[in-house]
Design a protein. Structure first.
Length: 432
């Protein structure tokens, strides 16, 4: 099969040939490049927010387990430390954990059905970057080099493990890499590949963007703390500059700039939550800012359907940036203002267990879900050879493929999830 280099790939892609074509929304005006959704991922852990001057004390959900991809503590585990008042806080904040789990489900759903409206109902990637920014701000209370090293240690081994299978499969199908294979070692740019493996590796834009945010966060956090609210508002400026003034270079760097600019506000919003900036905002101000951002994003998405061929936010970086900003802002503000923690979720043992697994295996689910969708198609094709399956199963339904994909995702979690434990220097386990 003809080869297609991965330069400029990005954005939360739909299921390719299986789930419908989906252009990368990271580069506007014809350059390929959320988002979805995607992830990991993020993938990713919970932290509470108080005033900046009180960041040293433990709060509900602020016990770090090595990153937003970290394995959660067991339900009911308490964190030792001094709190301002009240009973000991749980090690995990189930509000953030639940948002992350829902984001991963939405990623898989979008890649199965390709619903353009899914990003407006729940902008998964904006939420994931907001949660990651919150945790990063907390982690940077420690020396920055140690924090960056910890993030790399937790992210790269699962990526390498997954990448071995994808790269080998592409090599078998005629792909011959050049020096650019270094991007399969450290994904600071989109890795190369051929058309055969594109559907599997096109989701890596999220890991690449997350990695850049991690590297830039020590500087970004310093800038943010100089003037929190003005810097937060101005964090939407880069995407406007790229869209209306200068579109950036047509290469890997350009793709990185587009994705960072699209989700910069959400990442900085995480800083604002951690530093107690959001909880000091008045409800009316939050409502006005949120509705204005959503209004701008929605207007731009629908008014430019002719340019992008759809109102899908993943195709339109400006619409994605503003819609995600307006959607994530009240979610983060409500967490800080009302002290929401979903602590009662721990009483629902099965649901709580499911949320735990999703958060502990966020990288695994994000990386392997697209391969699960790819494998679901030939597997269902074999079902047609069984008369009983052909008669009684809805083999032509996308919902059936959706269900099969989740079964395969569960298999990948059992077979490959232990890599996340190894990356975290923990004893490998089938399930956390």
């Amino acid at each position: 099969m003809a080869e297609a280099e991965a330069n400029g790939r990005g954005r939360d892609t739909g299921g390719g040939e299986l789930m419908g074509s989906h252009r990368r929304g990271g580069q506007a005006r014809g350059a390929a490049a959320d988002s979805a959704d995607g992830a990991v991922l993020t993938a990713a852990t919970a932290v509470g927010s108080r005033a900046a001057g009180r960041r040293g004390s433990l709060r509900s959900g602020e016990a770090e387990r090595g990153g937003e991809w970290a394995q959660p503590a067991a339900p009911g585990t308490e964190v030792t430390g001094v709190r301002e008042s009240g009973p000991p806080a749980p090690a995990r904040d189930r509000y953030f954990d639940t948002l992350r789990a829902l984001a991963l489900v939405r990623v898989v759903t979008y890649h199965t059905f390709g619903w353009a409206w899914a990003g407006m109902v729940f902008p998964s990637m904006g939420i994931m970057f907001g949660l990651a920014g919150t945790l990063m701000a907390k982690s940077l209370e420690r020396p920055a080099p140690k924090v960056v090293k910890s993030r790399l240690r937790r992210l790269l081994p699962p990526f390498w493990f997954w990448g071995v299978f994808v790269v080998l499969a592409m090599l078998i199908h005629g792909w011959m890499p050049n020096w650019e294979i270094v991007y399969w070692v450290v994904p600071l740019g989109d890795p190369p590949g051929n058309a055969w493996g594109e559907q599997a590796w096109e989701i890596l834009w999220y890991l690449r963007t997350y990695l850049w945010f991690v590297l830039l966060s020590p500087v970004l956090l310093r800038v943010f703390r100089l003037a929190p609210l003005p810097v937060l508002a101005l964090s939407l400026t880069p995407i406007l500059v790229l869209n209306f003034v200068w579109s950036g270079p047509d290469n890997r760097l350009g793709t990185v700039l587009w994705d960072l600019s699209t989700y910069l506000f959400c990442w900085m919003l995480g800083f604002a939550h951690r530093d107690g900036v959001l909880e000091r905002m008045k409800p009316a101000a939050v409502a006005v800012a949120s509705l204005a951002a959503i209004g701008c994003g929605g207007w731009y998405a629908f008014s430019h359907q002719a340019d992008f061929g759809t109102y899908d936010l993943d195709e339109n970086p400006v619409a994605q940036a503003f819609w995600s900003a307006g959607f994530v802002l009240p979610l983060m503000w409500a967490k800080a203002y009302f002290r929401i923690d979903f602590a009662r979720l721990t009483r629902l043992r099965r649901t709580n267990r499911l949320v735990t697994v999703f958060n502990a295996r966020a990288v695994t689910i994000y990386l392997w879900h697209q391969i699960a969708l790819i494998l679901a198609v030939p597997l269902i094709d074999q079902f047609w050879n069984v008369p009983a399956f052909e008669t009684y199963l809805p083999l032509e339904s996308q919902w059936f493929m959706f269900g099969v994909a989740w079964v395969l995702i569960a298999v990948f979690v059992l077979l490959c999830g232990w890599v996340e434990d190894v990356a975290a220097k923990k004893k490998p386990a089938l399930l956390p």
